[in-house]
Design a protein around this ligand. Structure first.
Ligand SMILES: *Cc1c(COP(=O)(O)O)cnc(C)c1O
Length: 469
């Protein structure tokens, strides 16, 4: 299996090569040349597999250059009860109203990004060792992605992580999560400034081609193909848990920002998993909802992106959306290139003629949620079910309730735990106590390791030089 770019100007790559890439050199995103098709027999055989064995069956269809035993070992180390809290890894439960919730957020950082990052961390270590390479990950985080990357790469050979975060702008919990890591290959740098200042520094360092090459600087952002493929697995796992046999169909409702999570659902559906609808749930940053309702895609700039109480969805340029549009354009990379030229020119694009196909063939529909909606859902589920949903998952449940059709089974993906967002939870239901996994008790009291610097790319370069000297 080879991997190609949505822009069509990059030589086909192997799975291992695609894994270490961010954006393709032509500015596109890497995609499998074709989608492997799953048969009725395969679905039957897979229904009762453990998560790690199911992951093997699915990922091995794509990772054809990784020896089977090696992939087995990596997956067995990745999807453990110790890391993900339960032997099922992604258990499915039902709310009183019949909506099902698939838990993706029981990993080390209590958000779904762990599902893919933990796999990627182990794959990075494996590929780097094999090719005798080292990699230095430089990233900026406002909380979730950075911590997922650090927990995935801590202690891994051949990789260092330099993670910038805005000094004093994250929650106590998020700070403690990142800064309490004592691994030598994790370097936390707090920048006096905002998240955007951190991101500007990352860009400045990336733009120094000589420095980037000399120090093997790379990133782990949500466009990485390895993250998408790992996410495909939990759509299959969720389907099997929510159904009795393969004649049933299931819809998935996905709290969305960068379109990375639901893009994996799209791939699962294209592979032949009996998915009915893929429901995109956005917060107040509703660029994707607008597209799926009207066909108009108009990404917004930072100044027009709201800060909301489901912060991990505060995104107005969905970087993985191009993967879906590539399929929608029948994989015509010249058309994709043309559409994104319109985006760069600030015009966006309109695909309203394709709306029937988007809905019927691809199954996409959408809805959005506001702060008031989110609080109302958290309160309502707390009253009926006695459990606390995180604000992002609440956005999903809000949209699922709104769009559910008679007889439709909807699985809502739980993308984080309430424990991470206590402020919003308390606003919704008052001063109740919020459960957190036992191993995280006392997290805020652990010693922390971070250096605080002024917002200056040269200081960051010096930190990297000194560390690698
Ligand atoms: C990242 C994130 C999302 C959005 O996922 P995308 O793949 O960017 O669409 C939703 N909820 C939480 C809690 C997240 O961390």
């Amino acid at each position: 299996m080879n991997f190609i770019s949505t822009r069509g100007q990059t030589e086909p790559k192997t799975f291992s090569q695609a894994l270490l890439m961010g954006l393709a050199p032509d500015g596109g995103l890497m995609m499998p040349e074709t989608y492997p098709q799953v048969s009725e027999i395969m679905l039957n055989n897979w229904r009762n597999l453990s998560y790690k064995n199911l992951a093997f069956e699915i990922i091995s269809l794509f990772a054809t250059d990784i020896p089977a035993q090696d992939l087995h070992d990596i997956l067995a180390r990745t999807y453990t009860e110790e890391t993900f809290g339960t032997s099922e890894i992604t258990p499915v439960r039902s709310l009183k109203d019949g909506i099902k919730i698939e838990a993706l957020s029981n990993g080390p950082t209590l958000a779904f990004k762990d599902m893919a990052m933990q796999f990627l961390g182990n794959m990075f270590e494996y590929v780097l060792a094999k090719e005798n390479k080292t990699l230095n990950i430089l990233g900026a985080t406002s909380g979730d992605t950075g911590s997922a990357a650090e927990y995935a790469l801590r202690g891994k050979k051949g990789v260092n992580v330099f993670m910038l975060s805005p000094d004093g702008k994250m929650s106590n919990f998020q700070r403690a999560q990142m800064y309490s890591l004592q691994d030598k290959n994790i370097i936390n740098i707090a920048v006096r400034g905002m998240f955007d200042d951190c991101q500007d520094i990352v860009k400045a360092v990336q733009n120094d081609a000589e420095f980037k090459a000399k120090y093997h600087i790379s990133t782990v952002n949500s466009i990485n193909w390895g993250r998408i493929v790992a996410q495909v697995v939990y759509y299959f796992a969720g389907y099997f848990r929510a159904t009795k046999n393969n004649s049933e169909r299931v819809s998935f409702c996905v709290p969305s920002g960068n379109f990375g999570n639901i893009c994996a659902g799209h791939i699962a559906k294209q592979m032949g998993l009996p998915i009915d609808r893929l429901i995109v749930a956005t917060n107040e940053n509703n660029v994707l909802d607008e597209f799926f309702k009207t066909g108009q895609y108009s990404p917004r700039d930072t100044a027009h992106t709201y800060v909301t109480s489901s912060p991990s969805m505060d995104i107005s340029k969905a970087s993985n959306f191009e993967r879906f549009v590539f399929d929608l354009m029948a994989r015509d990379s010249a058309k994709v290139q043309d559409l994104w030229t319109q985006v760069v020119q600030g015009n966006g694009f309109n695909l309203k003629d394709q709306l029937p196909e988007i809905r019927e063939k691809y199954g996409f529909v959408s809805g959005s949620s506001t702060h008031a909606d989110r609080l109302a859902i958290i309160k309502s589920v707390y009253e009926t079910d006695g459990e606390l949903l995180d604000p992002h998952t609440a956005d999903g449940v809000k949209v699922a309730r709104e769009l559910r059709q008679t007889g439709e089974t909807i699985v809502c993906l739980e993308t984080a735990l309430a424990a991470k967002f206590d402020k919003t939870i308390h606003e919704a239901v008052g001063e109740v106590s919020i459960l957190r996994p036992e191993k995280l008790n006392g997290l805020e009291d652990l010693p922390q390791r971070v250096q605080v610097i002024d917002a200056n790319a040269d200081i960051v370069k010096n930190i990297i030089r000194e560390k690698l000297a």
